[in-house]
Write a protein that binds this ligand. Structure first.
Ligand code: 5AD
Ligand code: SF4
Length: 445
Protein backbone atom coordinates (compact mmCIF):
# COMPACT_ATOMS: atom_id res chain seq x y z
CA UNK A 1 0.00 0.00 0.00
CA UNK A 2 1.20 3.48 -0.81
CA UNK A 3 2.06 5.97 1.90
CA UNK A 4 0.01 9.15 2.17
CA UNK A 5 1.04 12.71 1.42
CA UNK A 6 -0.88 15.84 2.35
CA UNK A 7 0.16 19.00 0.55
CA UNK A 8 -1.05 22.49 1.35
CA UNK A 9 -0.35 25.13 -1.28
CA UNK A 10 -0.34 28.87 -0.70
CA UNK A 11 0.10 31.63 -3.25
CA UNK A 12 0.26 31.84 -7.01
CA UNK A 13 -0.13 29.42 -9.91
CA UNK A 14 3.63 28.88 -9.97
CA UNK A 15 3.34 27.36 -6.49
CA UNK A 16 0.36 25.25 -7.57
CA UNK A 17 2.43 23.98 -10.45
CA UNK A 18 5.40 23.23 -8.17
CA UNK A 19 3.05 21.29 -5.86
CA UNK A 20 1.76 19.25 -8.80
CA UNK A 21 5.34 18.48 -9.72
CA UNK A 22 6.22 17.34 -6.21
CA UNK A 23 3.14 15.09 -6.07
CA UNK A 24 4.16 13.55 -9.36
CA UNK A 25 7.75 13.05 -8.26
CA UNK A 26 6.48 11.31 -5.13
CA UNK A 27 3.73 9.34 -6.83
CA UNK A 28 5.52 5.95 -6.85
CA UNK A 29 5.63 5.93 -3.07
CA UNK A 30 2.93 8.35 -1.95
CA UNK A 31 -0.67 9.10 -2.81
CA UNK A 32 -2.33 12.40 -1.95
CA UNK A 33 -4.86 12.63 0.88
CA UNK A 34 -7.16 15.45 1.94
CA UNK A 35 -6.70 15.21 5.71
CA UNK A 36 -3.32 15.96 7.32
CA UNK A 37 -4.13 13.53 10.14
CA UNK A 38 -3.97 10.63 7.64
CA UNK A 39 -0.61 11.64 6.19
CA UNK A 40 2.86 10.14 6.54
CA UNK A 41 4.31 13.17 4.81
CA UNK A 42 3.05 16.76 5.11
CA UNK A 43 4.31 19.42 2.75
CA UNK A 44 3.54 23.12 3.05
CA UNK A 45 4.32 24.97 -0.15
CA UNK A 46 4.59 28.56 0.95
CA UNK A 47 4.15 32.11 -0.33
CA UNK A 48 5.89 35.21 0.98
CA UNK A 49 4.69 37.86 -1.46
CA UNK A 50 2.66 39.60 1.23
CA UNK A 51 2.74 39.54 5.02
CA UNK A 52 -0.56 37.71 5.41
CA UNK A 53 0.26 34.46 3.56
CA UNK A 54 3.64 34.36 5.28
CA UNK A 55 1.96 34.66 8.65
CA UNK A 56 -0.49 31.89 7.71
CA UNK A 57 2.43 29.54 7.13
CA UNK A 58 3.59 30.01 10.70
CA UNK A 59 0.20 29.12 12.12
CA UNK A 60 -0.04 26.16 9.73
CA UNK A 61 3.34 24.77 10.80
CA UNK A 62 2.42 25.22 14.46
CA UNK A 63 -0.78 23.28 13.85
CA UNK A 64 1.19 20.19 12.81
CA UNK A 65 3.38 20.12 15.91
CA UNK A 66 0.94 17.95 17.88
CA UNK A 67 0.48 15.58 14.91
CA UNK A 68 4.20 15.05 14.83
CA UNK A 69 4.16 14.18 18.57
CA UNK A 70 1.46 11.59 18.04
CA UNK A 71 3.07 10.13 14.93
CA UNK A 72 6.84 10.22 15.26
CA UNK A 73 7.43 8.79 11.76
CA UNK A 74 5.55 11.72 10.17
CA UNK A 75 7.80 13.80 7.92
CA UNK A 76 7.11 17.53 7.77
CA UNK A 77 8.50 19.67 4.95
CA UNK A 78 8.32 23.35 4.06
CA UNK A 79 8.93 24.36 0.46
CA UNK A 80 8.48 27.47 -1.70
CA UNK A 81 9.10 31.14 -1.09
CA UNK A 82 9.11 31.26 2.73
CA UNK A 83 11.44 28.24 2.73
CA UNK A 84 13.72 30.15 0.36
CA UNK A 85 13.52 33.34 2.40
CA UNK A 86 14.02 31.85 5.86
CA UNK A 87 16.05 28.67 5.26
CA UNK A 88 17.81 27.52 8.45
CA UNK A 89 15.83 29.99 10.56
CA UNK A 90 12.73 27.84 10.00
CA UNK A 91 14.24 24.74 11.58
CA UNK A 92 15.57 26.85 14.44
CA UNK A 93 12.11 28.24 15.11
CA UNK A 94 10.31 24.94 14.44
CA UNK A 95 12.73 22.17 15.45
CA UNK A 96 10.19 19.49 14.48
CA UNK A 97 10.42 20.46 10.77
CA UNK A 98 12.37 17.85 8.78
CA UNK A 99 12.75 19.40 5.35
CA UNK A 100 13.15 22.94 4.01
CA UNK A 101 13.45 23.20 0.22
CA UNK A 102 13.80 26.52 -1.63
CA UNK A 103 12.12 27.54 -4.87
CA UNK A 104 14.70 25.87 -7.10
CA UNK A 105 15.32 22.80 -4.92
CA UNK A 106 11.82 21.35 -4.53
CA UNK A 107 12.44 18.73 -7.20
CA UNK A 108 14.97 17.08 -4.87
CA UNK A 109 12.12 16.13 -2.53
CA UNK A 110 12.72 12.36 -2.81
CA UNK A 111 16.41 12.75 -2.03
CA UNK A 112 15.55 14.89 1.01
CA UNK A 113 13.05 12.31 2.32
CA UNK A 114 15.64 9.56 1.97
CA UNK A 115 18.13 11.52 4.10
CA UNK A 116 15.51 12.22 6.78
CA UNK A 117 14.61 8.53 6.91
CA UNK A 118 18.29 7.70 7.45
CA UNK A 119 18.27 10.05 10.43
CA UNK A 120 20.24 12.70 8.59
CA UNK A 121 17.63 15.46 8.90
CA UNK A 122 16.76 18.21 9.02
CA UNK A 123 17.56 18.86 5.38
CA UNK A 124 17.78 22.53 4.39
CA UNK A 125 18.51 23.27 0.73
CA UNK A 126 17.98 26.81 -0.54
CA UNK A 127 20.50 27.41 -3.30
CA UNK A 128 19.45 29.78 -6.12
CA UNK A 129 21.08 29.08 -9.47
CA UNK A 130 21.17 30.81 -12.84
CA UNK A 131 19.55 27.88 -14.56
CA UNK A 132 16.95 25.47 -13.45
CA UNK A 133 16.30 21.91 -14.07
CA UNK A 134 12.57 21.33 -14.18
CA UNK A 135 11.41 17.76 -14.36
CA UNK A 136 8.61 17.08 -16.82
CA UNK A 137 5.43 16.34 -14.97
CA UNK A 138 2.47 14.68 -16.59
CA UNK A 139 -0.83 16.15 -15.44
CA UNK A 140 -1.89 14.98 -12.01
CA UNK A 141 -5.54 14.51 -12.78
CA UNK A 142 -6.76 15.05 -9.25
CA UNK A 143 -5.36 18.57 -9.39
CA UNK A 144 -5.96 19.75 -12.91
CA UNK A 145 -9.18 17.92 -13.80
CA UNK A 146 -7.51 16.53 -16.91
CA UNK A 147 -8.67 19.46 -19.05
CA UNK A 148 -6.07 22.12 -18.40
CA UNK A 149 -2.51 22.21 -17.18
CA UNK A 150 0.20 24.65 -16.20
CA UNK A 151 3.52 24.85 -18.00
CA UNK A 152 6.30 26.86 -16.40
CA UNK A 153 8.25 28.62 -19.16
CA UNK A 154 10.44 30.93 -17.10
CA UNK A 155 10.97 31.86 -13.52
CA UNK A 156 12.50 34.60 -11.45
CA UNK A 157 12.37 38.33 -11.93
CA UNK A 158 14.88 41.07 -12.74
CA UNK A 159 12.56 44.02 -12.23
CA UNK A 160 12.98 44.80 -8.56
CA UNK A 161 9.75 46.68 -8.03
CA UNK A 162 10.45 48.38 -4.71
CA UNK A 163 7.65 46.58 -2.80
CA UNK A 164 8.33 43.08 -4.08
CA UNK A 165 10.16 40.16 -2.49
CA UNK A 166 9.94 37.91 -5.58
CA UNK A 167 13.38 38.70 -7.06
CA UNK A 168 14.90 37.68 -3.71
CA UNK A 169 13.03 34.40 -3.30
CA UNK A 170 12.70 33.29 -6.93
CA UNK A 171 16.07 34.54 -8.16
CA UNK A 172 16.95 36.10 -11.52
CA UNK A 173 14.93 35.58 -14.70
CA UNK A 174 15.70 32.25 -16.35
CA UNK A 175 13.84 30.87 -19.37
CA UNK A 176 13.41 27.24 -20.30
CA UNK A 177 14.59 26.13 -23.73
CA UNK A 178 11.72 26.32 -26.26
CA UNK A 179 12.19 22.66 -27.34
CA UNK A 180 11.55 21.52 -23.79
CA UNK A 181 8.42 23.64 -23.49
CA UNK A 182 7.03 22.46 -26.82
CA UNK A 183 7.74 18.83 -25.97
CA UNK A 184 5.97 19.25 -22.66
CA UNK A 185 2.89 20.80 -24.28
CA UNK A 186 2.81 18.05 -26.95
CA UNK A 187 2.91 15.42 -24.22
CA UNK A 188 0.15 17.19 -22.31
CA UNK A 189 -1.94 17.24 -25.50
CA UNK A 190 -1.38 13.49 -25.86
CA UNK A 191 -2.83 13.07 -22.35
CA UNK A 192 -5.97 14.87 -23.52
CA UNK A 193 -5.19 18.29 -22.07
CA UNK A 194 -7.03 21.00 -24.05
CA UNK A 195 -5.83 24.18 -22.41
CA UNK A 196 -2.36 25.19 -21.25
CA UNK A 197 -1.44 28.12 -19.09
CA UNK A 198 2.13 29.30 -19.63
CA UNK A 199 3.59 30.44 -16.33
CA UNK A 200 6.33 32.76 -15.24
CA UNK A 201 6.80 35.70 -12.89
CA UNK A 202 7.26 37.78 -15.98
CA UNK A 203 6.23 35.65 -18.96
CA UNK A 204 6.49 38.33 -21.59
CA UNK A 205 10.19 38.86 -20.96
CA UNK A 206 10.66 35.19 -21.91
CA UNK A 207 13.92 34.49 -23.75
CA UNK A 208 15.25 38.05 -23.58
CA UNK A 209 18.44 37.02 -21.81
CA UNK A 210 19.10 33.75 -23.59
CA UNK A 211 20.88 33.70 -26.97
CA UNK A 212 18.86 32.32 -29.87
CA UNK A 213 15.60 31.91 -27.93
CA UNK A 214 12.35 32.99 -29.58
CA UNK A 215 10.50 35.99 -28.20
CA UNK A 216 7.48 35.32 -26.00
CA UNK A 217 5.16 36.23 -28.88
CA UNK A 218 6.94 33.70 -31.14
CA UNK A 219 6.79 31.02 -28.45
CA UNK A 220 3.08 31.66 -28.00
CA UNK A 221 2.50 31.13 -31.72
CA UNK A 222 4.49 27.88 -31.65
CA UNK A 223 2.53 26.56 -28.66
CA UNK A 224 -0.76 27.50 -30.35
CA UNK A 225 0.20 25.37 -33.37
CA UNK A 226 0.34 22.17 -31.35
CA UNK A 227 -2.41 19.80 -32.37
CA UNK A 228 -4.93 18.90 -29.68
CA UNK A 229 -4.38 22.15 -27.78
CA UNK A 230 -7.44 24.37 -28.17
CA UNK A 231 -6.62 27.20 -25.82
CA UNK A 232 -3.47 28.92 -24.58
CA UNK A 233 -3.31 31.31 -21.63
CA UNK A 234 -0.37 32.92 -19.91
CA UNK A 235 0.44 34.85 -16.77
CA UNK A 236 1.87 37.19 -15.46
CA UNK A 237 2.76 39.93 -17.91
CA UNK A 238 4.65 43.12 -17.12
CA UNK A 239 3.21 46.17 -18.91
CA UNK A 240 6.66 47.35 -19.99
CA UNK A 241 7.19 44.09 -21.91
CA UNK A 242 3.82 44.09 -23.68
CA UNK A 243 5.21 44.48 -27.22
CA UNK A 244 3.29 45.29 -30.41
CA UNK A 245 4.27 41.84 -31.62
CA UNK A 246 2.61 40.25 -28.58
CA UNK A 247 -0.51 42.43 -28.92
CA UNK A 248 -0.81 41.21 -32.49
CA UNK A 249 -0.49 37.53 -31.55
CA UNK A 250 -3.13 37.89 -28.81
CA UNK A 251 -5.48 39.57 -31.28
CA UNK A 252 -4.90 37.32 -34.30
CA UNK A 253 -4.18 33.84 -32.99
CA UNK A 254 -7.57 32.21 -32.35
CA UNK A 255 -6.22 29.71 -29.82
CA UNK A 256 -4.76 32.46 -27.63
CA UNK A 257 -7.41 33.33 -25.06
CA UNK A 258 -8.81 36.82 -25.12
CA UNK A 259 -7.77 37.61 -21.59
CA UNK A 260 -4.77 39.50 -20.33
CA UNK A 261 -3.73 39.87 -16.71
CA UNK A 262 -1.75 43.10 -16.71
CA UNK A 263 -0.84 44.36 -13.24
CA UNK A 264 -1.18 48.14 -13.06
CA UNK A 265 -0.46 48.40 -9.28
CA UNK A 266 -1.27 52.13 -9.08
CA UNK A 267 -2.76 54.93 -11.18
CA UNK A 268 -0.47 57.73 -10.06
CA UNK A 269 2.75 58.30 -12.01
CA UNK A 270 4.49 59.50 -8.86
CA UNK A 271 3.65 56.24 -7.09
CA UNK A 272 4.51 54.12 -10.15
CA UNK A 273 7.91 55.79 -10.24
CA UNK A 274 8.55 55.10 -6.56
CA UNK A 275 7.43 51.53 -7.15
CA UNK A 276 10.06 51.29 -9.93
CA UNK A 277 7.43 49.98 -12.35
CA UNK A 278 9.21 51.52 -15.38
CA UNK A 279 6.01 52.79 -17.08
CA UNK A 280 3.64 55.72 -16.69
CA UNK A 281 -0.13 55.49 -16.64
CA UNK A 282 -0.09 56.99 -20.14
CA UNK A 283 2.27 54.23 -21.43
CA UNK A 284 -0.06 51.64 -19.93
CA UNK A 285 -3.21 53.23 -21.36
CA UNK A 286 -1.63 53.48 -24.78
CA UNK A 287 -0.85 49.76 -24.83
CA UNK A 288 -4.32 48.85 -23.59
CA UNK A 289 -5.84 51.10 -26.23
CA UNK A 290 -3.84 49.37 -28.97
CA UNK A 291 -4.87 45.97 -27.69
CA UNK A 292 -8.57 46.91 -27.43
CA UNK A 293 -8.49 48.32 -30.94
CA UNK A 294 -7.05 45.14 -32.47
CA UNK A 295 -8.99 42.84 -30.16
CA UNK A 296 -12.24 44.46 -28.96
CA UNK A 297 -13.36 41.35 -27.08
CA UNK A 298 -10.25 41.35 -24.84
CA UNK A 299 -10.90 41.02 -21.09
CA UNK A 300 -8.39 42.66 -18.81
CA UNK A 301 -7.65 41.90 -15.16
CA UNK A 302 -5.10 43.51 -12.89
CA UNK A 303 -3.36 43.75 -9.52
CA UNK A 304 -3.66 46.92 -7.43
CA UNK A 305 -1.73 47.89 -4.32
CA UNK A 306 -3.29 50.53 -2.07
CA UNK A 307 -1.43 52.54 0.54
CA UNK A 308 2.05 52.27 -0.94
CA UNK A 309 4.40 54.47 1.16
CA UNK A 310 3.82 58.12 0.33
CA UNK A 311 0.55 57.48 -1.55
CA UNK A 312 -1.59 60.57 -0.95
CA UNK A 313 -5.37 60.79 -1.20
CA UNK A 314 -4.84 62.47 -4.57
CA UNK A 315 -2.55 59.68 -5.81
CA UNK A 316 -5.11 57.15 -4.70
CA UNK A 317 -7.86 58.92 -6.62
CA UNK A 318 -5.76 58.42 -9.75
CA UNK A 319 -6.02 54.67 -9.14
CA UNK A 320 -9.82 54.88 -8.88
CA UNK A 321 -9.93 56.96 -12.06
CA UNK A 322 -7.77 54.40 -13.86
CA UNK A 323 -10.17 51.61 -12.84
CA UNK A 324 -13.09 53.61 -14.28
CA UNK A 325 -11.20 54.23 -17.48
CA UNK A 326 -9.79 50.77 -18.12
CA UNK A 327 -12.81 48.81 -16.91
CA UNK A 328 -11.22 45.54 -15.84
CA UNK A 329 -13.27 42.37 -15.69
CA UNK A 330 -11.81 41.58 -12.26
CA UNK A 331 -9.04 42.98 -10.07
CA UNK A 332 -6.91 41.60 -7.25
CA UNK A 333 -6.28 44.35 -4.73
CA UNK A 334 -3.96 44.36 -1.75
CA UNK A 335 -2.98 46.64 1.08
CA UNK A 336 0.72 47.43 0.84
CA UNK A 337 2.75 45.42 3.32
CA UNK A 338 6.44 45.72 4.15
CA UNK A 339 8.50 42.82 2.89
CA UNK A 340 12.03 41.88 3.92
CA UNK A 341 14.91 42.83 1.56
CA UNK A 342 12.78 45.33 -0.42
CA UNK A 343 13.58 49.01 -0.94
CA UNK A 344 10.08 50.22 0.01
CA UNK A 345 10.45 48.63 3.43
CA UNK A 346 12.87 51.46 4.22
CA UNK A 347 10.64 54.25 2.87
CA UNK A 348 9.61 56.45 5.75
CA UNK A 349 6.23 57.86 4.73
CA UNK A 350 4.12 54.78 5.50
CA UNK A 351 0.34 55.03 5.14
CA UNK A 352 -1.58 54.22 8.35
CA UNK A 353 -3.40 50.87 8.47
CA UNK A 354 -6.90 52.45 8.79
CA UNK A 355 -6.25 54.56 5.72
CA UNK A 356 -5.13 51.48 3.74
CA UNK A 357 -8.27 49.71 4.90
CA UNK A 358 -10.43 52.63 3.73
CA UNK A 359 -8.74 52.76 0.33
CA UNK A 360 -9.09 49.02 -0.16
CA UNK A 361 -12.83 49.31 0.57
CA UNK A 362 -13.14 52.15 -1.93
CA UNK A 363 -11.35 50.11 -4.60
CA UNK A 364 -13.62 47.12 -3.93
CA UNK A 365 -16.74 49.26 -4.23
CA UNK A 366 -15.78 50.81 -7.55
CA UNK A 367 -14.64 47.52 -9.01
CA UNK A 368 -17.66 45.53 -7.82
CA UNK A 369 -19.88 47.89 -9.78
CA UNK A 370 -17.72 47.68 -12.92
CA UNK A 371 -17.50 43.88 -12.73
CA UNK A 372 -21.26 43.70 -12.35
CA UNK A 373 -21.84 45.97 -15.34
CA UNK A 374 -19.49 43.89 -17.47
CA UNK A 375 -20.96 40.57 -16.32
CA UNK A 376 -24.50 41.87 -16.93
CA UNK A 377 -23.49 42.68 -20.51
CA UNK A 378 -22.95 38.92 -21.10
CA UNK A 379 -26.56 38.11 -20.17
CA UNK A 380 -28.59 36.93 -23.17
CA UNK A 381 -25.43 36.27 -25.21
CA UNK A 382 -24.01 32.97 -26.39
CA UNK A 383 -20.52 32.16 -25.13
CA UNK A 384 -18.03 29.40 -25.85
CA UNK A 385 -17.11 27.50 -22.71
CA UNK A 386 -14.41 24.88 -22.20
CA UNK A 387 -15.99 22.54 -19.67
CA UNK A 388 -13.65 21.87 -16.73
CA UNK A 389 -15.90 19.81 -14.48
CA UNK A 390 -18.86 20.01 -12.15
CA UNK A 391 -19.64 23.23 -10.35
CA UNK A 392 -18.23 23.13 -6.79
CA UNK A 393 -21.22 24.91 -5.30
CA UNK A 394 -23.86 22.97 -7.18
CA UNK A 395 -22.67 19.61 -8.57
CA UNK A 396 -25.80 19.32 -10.67
CA UNK A 397 -24.28 22.02 -12.87
CA UNK A 398 -21.22 21.99 -15.10
CA UNK A 399 -18.49 24.60 -14.80
CA UNK A 400 -16.15 26.07 -17.35
CA UNK A 401 -14.64 29.30 -18.58
CA UNK A 402 -15.04 31.60 -21.53
CA UNK A 403 -11.99 32.57 -23.55
CA UNK A 404 -12.19 35.85 -21.56
CA UNK A 405 -11.66 33.77 -18.39
CA UNK A 406 -15.14 34.29 -16.96
CA UNK A 407 -16.47 31.32 -14.96
CA UNK A 408 -19.76 29.98 -16.32
CA UNK A 409 -21.94 27.50 -14.44
CA UNK A 410 -24.60 25.88 -16.56
CA UNK A 411 -27.28 23.26 -16.56
CA UNK A 412 -27.15 20.42 -19.06
CA UNK A 413 -29.01 17.14 -19.05
CA UNK A 414 -25.87 15.35 -20.21
CA UNK A 415 -23.32 12.97 -18.82
CA UNK A 416 -19.71 13.43 -17.72
CA UNK A 417 -18.58 13.21 -21.37
CA UNK A 418 -19.24 16.92 -21.55
CA UNK A 419 -16.12 17.54 -19.46
CA UNK A 420 -13.25 18.48 -21.75
CA UNK A 421 -15.49 19.63 -24.60
CA UNK A 422 -16.04 23.11 -25.95
CA UNK A 423 -19.70 24.04 -25.70
CA UNK A 424 -22.02 26.86 -26.58
CA UNK A 425 -23.89 28.27 -23.56
CA UNK A 426 -26.56 30.95 -23.45
CA UNK A 427 -25.94 33.23 -20.46
CA UNK A 428 -29.07 33.67 -18.36
CA UNK A 429 -27.82 35.61 -15.33
CA UNK A 430 -24.76 37.21 -13.77
CA UNK A 431 -23.48 36.49 -10.26
CA UNK A 432 -20.79 38.38 -8.35
CA UNK A 433 -17.85 36.59 -9.92
CA UNK A 434 -19.44 34.15 -12.34
CA UNK A 435 -22.19 33.71 -14.90
CA UNK A 436 -25.04 31.23 -15.10
CA UNK A 437 -26.34 29.79 -18.32
CA UNK A 438 -28.02 27.05 -20.27
CA UNK A 439 -26.27 24.55 -22.48
CA UNK A 440 -27.01 24.88 -26.20
CA UNK A 441 -24.66 22.58 -28.11
CA UNK A 442 -21.27 20.93 -28.24
CA UNK A 443 -18.95 22.87 -30.57
CA UNK A 444 -15.89 20.65 -30.34
CA UNK A 445 -15.11 17.37 -28.67
N1 5AD B 1 2.40 44.50 -0.54
C1 5AD B 1 1.18 44.35 -1.12
N2 5AD B 1 0.99 43.73 -2.29
C2 5AD B 1 2.07 43.21 -2.90
N3 5AD B 1 2.19 42.52 -4.06
C3 5AD B 1 3.48 42.22 -4.23
N4 5AD B 1 4.22 42.69 -3.19
C4 5AD B 1 3.36 43.31 -2.35
C5 5AD B 1 3.51 43.99 -1.13
N5 5AD B 1 4.69 44.15 -0.56
C6 5AD B 1 1.08 42.26 -4.96
C7 5AD B 1 1.28 42.92 -6.32
C8 5AD B 1 1.60 41.75 -7.20
C9 5AD B 1 0.78 40.67 -6.56
C10 5AD B 1 1.14 39.28 -6.95
O1 5AD B 1 0.97 40.87 -5.18
O2 5AD B 1 0.08 43.54 -6.70
O3 5AD B 1 1.26 41.98 -8.56
FE1 SF4 C 1 7.62 41.47 -8.22
FE2 SF4 C 1 7.76 43.51 -9.93
FE3 SF4 C 1 8.97 41.19 -10.52
FE4 SF4 C 1 6.29 41.31 -10.56
S1 SF4 C 1 7.70 42.45 -11.91
S2 SF4 C 1 7.54 39.68 -9.61
S3 SF4 C 1 5.88 42.76 -8.91
S4 SF4 C 1 9.51 42.58 -8.84
Amino acid sequence: MKKKVYIKTFGCQMNENDSEKMLWLLSEEYEPVKAPSEADLILINTCSVREKPEYKVHSEVGRFKHLKKRKPHLILGITGCVAQQKGEALVKRFPFVDIVLGTQEFYRIKEAIKLVKKGKGPVVWTELKDSFNLPFVPPVRKLCSGVKAYVTIMQGCDNFCTYCIVPYVRGREVSRPPEEILKEVETLASYGIKEVMLLGQNVNSYGKKEKGFPSFAELLKMVAQIEGIWRVRFTTSHPKDLSDELIEVIAKEPKVCKHLHLPLQAGSNRVLKRMNRKYTLEDYLQKVEKLKKLCPEIALTTDIIVGFPGETEKDFEETLKALEKIRYHEIFSFKYSDRPFTAAQKFEDKVPEEEKEKRLDAVHKVQERITQEIYQSYVGKEVEVLVEGRSKKDPSMFMGRTSTNVIVNFIAALEEELIGTLVKVRVTSAGKHSLKGEFEEVIKS
